[in-house]
Design a protein around this ligand. Structure first.
Ligand code: ADP
Length: 613
């Protein structure tokens, strides 16, 4: 693998690179910052309500002792009305708890959506900016999927965990104080009862993260098969080949694997929960035994016992909330660490720091001994390729399937950098230039161009995103590409949704889609135009029309044309023949025919098919 490939696999963290608890404060700060940015009102309101809720439980204990004391006193002849005030206070506190919970829940829903939105946008920013090399590795898709699936909700879970933790902490501390006021001897037992939950909770969190890592590739394969089995484009081929049943079996096998991983994970987590709860339960029983012993020794009164029992019961709930919060914080932090690593991916990993703005176009483009291997592969796809393109020329690239034409086009379009060799614009190595500025001068349409399921206007307008609304200019580009008739015939003209995925969408034939894609390239209006099989799906008339017009339309620009149609290639100013990643021959049509090499052979083969005898 190349150096850049190594850098890539290092940049793509695996579960082994998980960081420890040390990162927790930073992640907590990050999440609170995120929630603050998302909706500070909701954050402040729900934290304050939770805090007050926590404190109010201790007040409940106090009023329970008051009620019990008043009732005991009434048996000794004092007026029972003394119990009314503490009962009312108790009711008010319980009501407050209910209202506060409801408000916090609703506030958190809004907070969830807003933090999710912030995280989603950040993920999209990174996915849209990272080097294309990332898209060559399955690791990248696994991580993208993982951060999309879980990290989206995790900042929010961390906040919920944190708010729960604050409430639980306030509740626990105030209850501990209340219980200690009743009897200090109960304290150590109460504290101990939380320890098993804390220990098992942390183990459970690590397992949850490992599970997410293990299950992502299987989940992605399952989802892919799901899409294939329900996709519109796939539906006809699957039926024609009778392949549905076979793919369903494949799907079932993947699903079985998915379920098996889940079962194993759930069993492990259940064992941990049972252990934690058993430990806490045993310690709680110990606490009550001590309490009974204290009553027996007359160290505490009956009303104090009532308070203590309620207090301990409430405390176990608060301690549970506290540890659940802590667990949620810890667990979310593992996922957030993953998210942080994803977000830290630099746009140009594997790229030299290039900040110089590229000039707009060139007079001469030189490719010097360029070699290239795709990341994650060890087969060199281009070897020592050299060529020259001059402004205003139409240069054609021909060669058999897999000879490296598209790859070379990607390098020239500034989408990849060569492993060895140089691409120069007017003598300057383009590696100096920022890729974005370089691409400003380039319009490229690949064989597998995108069929945007958006309006016709957007399909063309995306060629020059800064001018996506200029209907007049868009119509002009469509006209040049021979697409304007087909667009104006659509029910809503340029505002018609293309494709069948959304309401009112109109599907086009492949050739019509190709005209739209060409219109997009023309609309970009760039000095360097790369057309990879631009006529593969056009009918003969449209194709002839396109090539007759190409020179006029693109006059003054440099055109790199990849095509299998020799009739369209023969008029090029210069032709390069690629074979197994190397330039085999080059020259004008006449030169190459005279040389009687591969070009002449392929040309004659194709021409012979068109003439009788
Ligand atoms: P052409 O355009 O001449 O048909 P390509 O440039 O598409 O050829 O492909 C050249 C070679 O590179 C082929 O052998 C192909 O298998 C390989 N290749 C193409 N794309 C990738 C990729 N993303 N990763 C690894 N190998 C690739």
């Amino acid at each position: 693998m190349s150096d850049a490939g190594d850098a890539l696999s290092i940049a793509i963290a695996t579960k082994n690179q998980r960081k420890s608890l040390r990162a927790l404060p930073r992640l907590v700060r990050g999440s609170v910052g995120l929630a603050w940015k998302a909706d500070r009102r909701a954050l402040l309101l729900s934290s304050t309500l939770e805090l007050l809720s926590g404190i109010s439980v201790a007040a409940q204990v106090y009023f329970v002792t008051k009620v019990v004391a008043a009732l005991l006193a009434s048996q000794r002849g004092e007026p029972v009305t003394a119990a009314i005030a503490p009962i009312v206070a108790l009711a008010a506190l319980v009501t407050y708890g209910g209202v506060s919970d409801a408000v916090v829940r609703q506030q958190q829903r809004v907070l969830a959506t807003l933090t999710e939105r912030l995280t989603r946008t950040k993920i999209l920013d990174v996915a849209g900016a990272v080097d294309l090399r990332y898209y060559e590795t399955s690791d990248f898709y696994d991580r993208l999927r993982r951060v999309q699936a879980s990290a989206l909700t995790r900042p929010y879970f961390l906040i919920v965990g944190l708010i729960g933790f604050v409430g639980g902490l306030a509740g626990s501390v105030s209850l501990v104080i209340a219980v200690v006021v009743i009897q200090p001897l109960l304290l150590p037992l109460i504290v101990l009862s939380g320890v098993p939950l804390w220990l098992t909770g942390r183990r459970a969190s690590s397992r949850e993260f490992d599970y997410a890592v293990d299950q992502t590739p299987v989940q992605r394969l399952r989802d892919y098969l799901d899409e294939t089995l329900t996709g519109r484009a796939e539906a006809k081929e699957l039926r024609a080949f009778g392949a549905v049943a076979a793919l369903r079996q494949r799907y079932d096998r993947v699903y079985d694997e998915f379920v098996a991983i889940l079962r194993k994970h759930v069993a492990a987590k259940q064992r941990l929960s049972v252990l934690g709860s058993l430990g806490s339960g045993l310690l709680l029983i110990g606490t009550f035994v001590v309490l009974i012993w204290l009553v027996d020794r007359h160290h505490v009164s009956i009303s104090q016992v009532a308070g203590a029992v309620v207090g301990i019961r409430l405390l176990s709930t608060q301690i549970n909330t506290l540890f659940a919060g802590a667990q949620q914080i810890f667990e979310s932090s593992l996922f957030l660490d993953d998210l942080d690593d994803f977000l830290a991916m630099q746009p140009g990993v594997g790229r030299r720091a290039a900040t110089v703005t590229a000039p707009y176009g060139f007079d001469t483009l030189d490719v010097e001994s360029v070699s290239f291997t795709y990341p994650g592969s060890d087969r060199q796809v281009l070897t020592d390729v050299s060529m020259t393109l001059r402004r205003g020329q139409v240069v054609a690239l021909v060669g058999e399937n897999g000879s490296g034409k598209t790859t070379l086009a990607k390098l020239l379009a500034g989408l990849y950098e060569p492993d060895r060799g140089t691409i120069r614009w007017d003598g300057a190595d383009v590696a100096r230039y920022s890729p974005e500025s370089l691409r400003e001068s380039i319009a490229v349409i690949f064989q597998d161009f995108v069929k945007y399921q958006l309006t016709a206007r957007e399909n063309v307008g995306l060629g020059k995103p800064s001018n996506i609304d200029d209907v007049e200019a868009i119509a002009k580009a469509a006209d040049q590409a021979g697409a304007s008739d087909l667009i104006t015939r659509l029910p809503e003209g340029y505002e018609t949704m293309l494709g069948k995925q959304f309401r009112g969408g109109q599907d086009l034939s492949l050739g019509q889609w190709q005209r739209i894609a060409l219109a997009r390239a023309f609309y970009r209006d760039a000095p360097f135009v790369i057309l990879d099989e631009p006529s593969a799906s056009l009918d003969p008339r449209a194709e002839a029309d396109l090539f007759a017009k190409v020179r006029g339309l693109l006059a003054g620009r440099t055109v790199l044309l990849i095509s299998h149609r020799f009739s369209s290639v023969r008029n090029a100013d210069h032709i390069y023949v690629l074979h197994a990643g190397q330039v085999l021959e080059s020259g004008s049509h006449a030169d190459l025919m005279a040389a009687s090499g591969l070009y002449a052979e392929l040309f004659t083969l194709q021409a012979a098919a068109y003439v009788d005898g």
